[in-house]
Ligand binder design. Structure first.
Ligand code: C2O
Length: 617
């Protein structure tokens, strides 16, 4: 990973320093070229065709200083329509660069190019980039690291000796475009074959007795390491541990938090967590392990895919053998961490509930709220054809993922919605407003709703629509996300583009304003772009809609995203140039005839054997 990203930096990244003299460093333009193409990779004795950037998995790391400008030339040599999203970058007055296909831009068609330009201002820490094309982000992603303008000595924590990205991901041995297609029509369940740390599967996986390579981090005794942990996996929240070591959490989502000590990092898809690790254990070798968690039965269970790498004390590797029993791991067997159970959701709940922001005095959440939304997250079903059909597991209906009983459908347009919005087209009137609350109130977290059946069927009058909500510029918005038990009890990592959210409170069971508003942290809430809404629980957030444009708000579990758990937040212009969306960039791509990832026809004609039997599609 390290050497790979340095090599990449040498080959593709050209940094033009406008001035190298001044301290603090003057703003620079950091330039990269991303060539998206397909290549074969072999793991577990099987060669798989994967779509990657610059032949790397994970893709190149973008390293910048706060306030820099970033230019990324994307050259699409893959057969897919591609966009790249800069996850967590606020894109102030720059919604055009947010990278959501058919919302902010036409996708970059095969054999086409597009250059993204954006600034990273007012954010420090770890973010990441990924394709915003359903499922393809499993192999099209990388770290985006923003360092302080005044240099590493201005970190609000002891200056680390080294900084290491740790990207948790998954290895898929199926065509990811097929996975997306199946999720959209709720046909087949797919599972990843393995999980990965920095692209390596690790020695818990072998094929024909040959172990997979694992990620190895060499540590020097006494030194401090800043691990920038990113969950790029499609499907699971992970627990991450290093045997014999503790973490001090210092930032999440490129916002500093009050230092928090823990021996386990729960990290949901879309989240980033920066932690300090001090090499203060007895010299030796220690496993680092990432284990996905999942809801217990009666829900369907995915095979448990655990990955592990290793921390190894470099200059003591030979001597520790002689010191067997001297406090370090004995013999040649590295020490393994004790992991939480795969069905443990409370470790995540407490971790997320314990975070508080560091620089709270400068950034308080809005005390007064203009708009309140209560949003239920769950599953539902819509008829494959027509208005009426048998639901609840019947072949006539498709299971979809919902917010307040709506599932998202892209508006039928040949122009990205942001252009329609910018030019005030009447198309915008056809959007469905995301209601303030679900159509009915029931016991949202009733366990009896989990297995598909009559109880759940009564509650799911679900519709498909281009779901959107308008906010006037500067509106203070409160969102309460309520996870429900309708057909499943997953947690929901809810991600908002273009804005950070103050996370005021979370709880288990049903949200009750009479009880829960009093628990809001209005003093030092953590500030996140992705909030993990607990399984069978809720989370309350506030944000200020002060970035004009159209912003995706969605669950970062890819199956929920492909199944429609998305809404658009439209932030209107303010009254000045500084508060209004500028015109589209001049080099903006134009749309093709089919702007989906891959057209349905493509599957029906060429991939019949790969997709399961389709009833009525
Ligand atoms: Cu990380 Cu809309 O995504």
């Amino acid at each position: 990973m390290e050497s790979r990203s340095h090599a990449t930096a040498a080959v593709v990244a050209v940094v033009f320093f406008l001035s190298a003299m001044a301290l603090p460093a003057a703003a620079a333009i950091v330039e990269h070229t991303f060539v998206v193409s397909q290549m074969n990779m072999t793991h577990l004795c099987k060669e798989t065709l994967v779509t990657v950037v610059n032949g790397q998995l994970p893709g190149p790391t973008i390293e910048v200083t706060e306030g820099d400008s970033v230019t990324v030339h994307v050259i699409n040599k893959s057969p897919y329509n591609i966009t790249i999203h800069w996850h967590g970058v606020k894109q102030r007055l720059n919604c055009w660069a947010d990278g959501v296909p058919m919302i902010t831009q036409c996708p970059i068609l095969p054999n086409h190019n597009f250059t993204y330009r954006f600034n990273v201002t007012g954010q420090e820490g770890t973010l990441w980039w990924h394709a915003h094309v359903p499922c393809l982000r499993a192999t099209l992603h990388g770290a985006l690291i923003i360092r302080p303008r005044h240099g590493p000595s201005s970190y609000p924590f002891p200056k680390p000796d080294r900084e290491i990205p740790i990207i948790i991901g998954e290895w898929w041995q199926v065509d990811l475009a097929v996975v997306d297609w199946n999720l959209r029509y709720y046909l087949n369940d797919y599972d990843p074959s393995a999980s990965t740390i920095n692209g390596k599967l690790g020695d818990l996986y072998n094929c024909s007795g040959v172990m997979e390579d694992g990620y190895v981090l060499d540590m020097e005794p006494g030194k401090t390491y800043l691990l920038r942990v990113i969950n790029a996996a499609l499907f699971s929240e992970y627990y991450f541990k290093i045997a014999g070591h503790k973490f001090t959490v210092v930032a999440t989502g490129a916002n500093y938090v009050s230092p928090y000590t823990t021996d386990v990092i729960p990290i949901a898809p879309g989240e980033t967590v920066d932690v300090l690790v001090v090499a203060d254990a007895a010299p030796g070798r220690y496993y680092m392990v990432a284990l996905p968690n999942q809801s217990p039965k009666p829900e369907g269970q995915s095979p448990l895919i655990i990955t592990r790498g290793m921390v190894q004390y470099s200059n003591n590797h030979s001597s520790y053998r002689d010191k067997e029993g001297a406090g370090g791991p004995s013999g040649d067997v590295p020490m393994a961490p004790e992991m939480p159970d795969q069905h443990d959701r409370m470790t995540s709940f407490y971790f997320h509930g314990n975070l508080t922001s560091l620089h709270h005095s400068q950034r308080l959440p809005p005390a007064h709220v203009d708009e309140h939304l209560f949003i239920t997250l769950g599953l539902g079903s819509v008829c494959r054809r027509g208005q009426s059909c048998t639901r609840s597991g019947s072949q006539e209906s498709i299971v979809v993922a919902t917010m307040n009983n709506f599932t998202f459908q892209l508006p039928a347009a040949t122009t990205p919605l942001l252009e329609e919005h910018y030019y005030n087209s009447s198309m915008m009137d056809t959007l469905q407003e995301l209601p303030d609350a679900p159509p009915r109130v029931f016991n949202f977290t009733d366990h009896a709703l989990i297995p598909e059946g009559p109880k759940e069927a009564q509650l799911e009058p679900t519709s498909k629509a281009a779901l959107a909500r308008r906010f006037r510029y500067g509106a203070a918005v409160e969102l309460v996300f309520q996870s429900t038990a309708v057909m499943q009890s997953e947690s929901n990592p809810m991600h908002l583009h273009g804005h950070d959210m103050f996370v005021l409170a979370q709880g288990l069971g049903n949200y009750d304003p009479a009880r829960d508003v009093a628990r809001y942290n209005l003093v030092d809430p953590p500030v996140l772009n992705t909030v993990q809404v607990p399984s069978l629980g809720w989370a309350a957030v506030r944000f200020v809609a002060d970035n004009p444009g159209i912003w995706y708000m969605h669950c970062h579990y890819e199956f929920h995203l492909s199944m429609g758990m998305t809404a658009l937040f439209i932030v209107e212009d303010g009254t000045t140039v500084d508060t209004s969306l500028p015109p589209p960039p001049s080099n903006f791509p134009t749309c093709g005839n089919d702007n989906n990832l891959v057209p349905d026809e493509f599957y029906l004609q060429t991939r019949k054997s790969e997709v399961s039997h389709i009833n009525g599609v």
